[in-house]
Unconditional design. Structure first.
Length: 212
């Protein structure tokens, strides 16, 4: 069964200047990049609890909506639920772009369903009544890897404050470049994603490229 075209792409992050360059805002980074590519501009929409941009056709039926919730990450479902209800967008027509610690910086993956440890994704699932929406998972790496490099130990547990500190700080220069390249690859796949050809998009995103 073919997937429907995408009508809403959501970027997750936290509002405020202090969060702009932090790893947790990778979802915001991607939808900003996509908006520039599509010639769309964000405007604050109080009824949708976020910033919204419209791209594509002139009518709402053929439009693609871009959303950046301004509710803070853990309450993202309020914004997603509001815009989905207003424009009658089904979960299968939604892509949520967000940072993913379980994926190394420089990689990006697509999947449907699941919530893992993301409170933002869990809140969206709660408001939509299902986990069956698409997720564009932008790898930012895990502080575990940094810890292992420093102390030479593997399998060490990480305290939650350390994880929070990690996602709310800027990536290193090398990580930042890797994340940028990964998002550009995802942007190249947007035509496939937009028309619902997720198999083609995932093949491109998940295939490792040979380095010379």
């Amino acid at each position: 069964m073919a997937n429907p075209p995408i009508k809403l792409i959501v970027g997750l992050g936290n509002p405020g200047r202090e969060y702009v360059d932090t790893r947790h805002n990778a979802g915001f980074w991607f939808v900003d990049l996509l908006a520039r590519e599509m010639g769309a501009a964000f405007n604050k929409e109080v009824k949708f609890h976020g910033e919204v941009a419209k791209a594509g056709g002139s009518g709402s039926a053929s439009a693609v909506w871009l959303l950046k919730p301004l509710t803070f990450m853990n309450l993202s479902g309020r914004a997603v639920g509001a815009i989905a209800k207003f424009y009658q967008i089904t979960p299968a027509e939604i892509v949520v772009a967000h940072d993913e610690m379980d994926i190394p910086a420089g990689q990006v993956k697509m999947k449907i369903g699941g919530a893992a440890g993301s409170n933002g994704i869990k809140d969206i699932a709660s408001h939509l009544g299902t986990k069956d929406f698409w997720r564009l998972r932008i790898g930012i790496g895990h502080p575990r890897s940094l810890h292992e490099n420093v102390v030479g130990k593997s399998g060490s547990s990480m305290e939650r404050p350390e994880v929070v500190d990690y996602v709310l700080h800027r990536p290193s220069a090398d990580e930042g470049r890797a994340i940028d390249e990964a998002m550009k690859r995802a942007l190249d796949c947007w035509p496939d994603i937009a028309k619902g050809d997720m198999e083609a998009a995932m093949l491109k995103l998940h295939t490792k490229t040979e380095t010379k």
